[in-house]
Design a protein around this ligand. Structure first.
Ligand code: MG
Length: 272
């Protein structure tokens, strides 16, 4: 299934998308907050035949939800991306987080923050949605609700100013997520990830090139640390970020960034 949050007549709804239509299942899941649906760890049978239906073109898709905790992010998980960045930490599992307040939805603005950074950059990534709380997880597939697209927007200069990536990764609007969460049964791995800036392809990779695949990431992150239903894990970005170009080419006001993962969709945002 393709789950989403959408807005119709200024009200937030939980939706299921099929083809060009979105079905309002808020009544059937007894909430308008998709995070609540996931956190319950129990999805009731959904009957789309009785759900109010809207044309996708007539609604506004929102970020699926804002998580309660920081978004967990994996760094340097694609060999070619490691090469285009400095090599510090290469070979080690790099884990950092982004503030929940940085989360925004598809078709929204990414703030340029010119007073804080001259090096605004994109990172198109596959994100895991945890669907079942657990610790020391072995059978990973039991704990995955689905997958979505995440743009790990980064102020490169601020990222390097501090001992941690947190601040340079967490300014408001630095975490576009969406447009939908797709359940694993509808996806065929490996998935291709493509990022375009103003229509020009900058990143293209496949999840087959991950140094540590999804299974290993969840097993490692959950060792001694509880992962909760609704937690979001961004799995790292392939090569082709603006910082790695020659010369480095950062995002500017007026740019459009679009991250596409086959089977999930496209996450498009506008730099203002
Ligand atoms: Mg990243």
């Amino acid at each position: 299934m393709k789950w989403c949050s959408f807005e119709k007549d200024h009200e937030q709804k939980v939706g299921v998308i099929e083809g060009d239509f979105v079905y309002d299942v808020s009544n059937q899941v007894h909430t308008t907050n998709l995070l609540e649906v996931i956190a319950r760890e129990f999805i009731p049978d959904i009957d789309l035949d009785v759900a109010p239906m809207e044309r996708l073109a007539d609604v506004r898709l929102l970020a699926p939800y804002r998580p309660l905790k920081n978004v967990m992010c994996i760094g340097k998980n694609y060999e070619e991306h490691v090469k285009e960045m400095d090599t510090a930490g290469a070979g080690k599992l790099v884990i950092f987080t982004k503030s929940p307040t940085s989360v925004v939805g598809p078709e929204t603005n990414i703030e340029r923050h010119p007073e804080l950074t001259d090096q605004l950059d994109y990172e198109g990534e596959l994100a895991i949605i945890i669907g079942k709380t657990g610790r020391d997880i072995e059978t990973v597939e039991d704990h995955i609700f689905g997958y979505t697209i995440l743009n790990d927007v980064t102020a490169r200069d601020v990222q390097k100013q501090h001992g941690q990536f947190f601040r340079g990764k967490s300014f408001d609007t630095f975490c576009p997520i969406g447009p939908v969460i797709v359940t694993p049964d509808e996806l065929n791995f490996p998935l291709t990830i493509e990022t375009k800036v103003n229509g020009e392809r900058r990143q293209y990779g496949t999840t087959a090139d991950m140094i540590r695949p999804v299974e290993e990431l969840i097993q490692t992150l959950s060792k001694g640390m509880t992962l909760e239903a609704g937690d979001i894990i961004a799995t790292g970005t392939p090569a082709g970020v603006g910082h790695g170009m020659n010369p480095p080419t950062y995002l500017q006001t007026g740019d459009t960034v679009e991250v596409t993962i086959h089977g999930i969709g496209s996450l498009r945002n506008f730099v203002v």
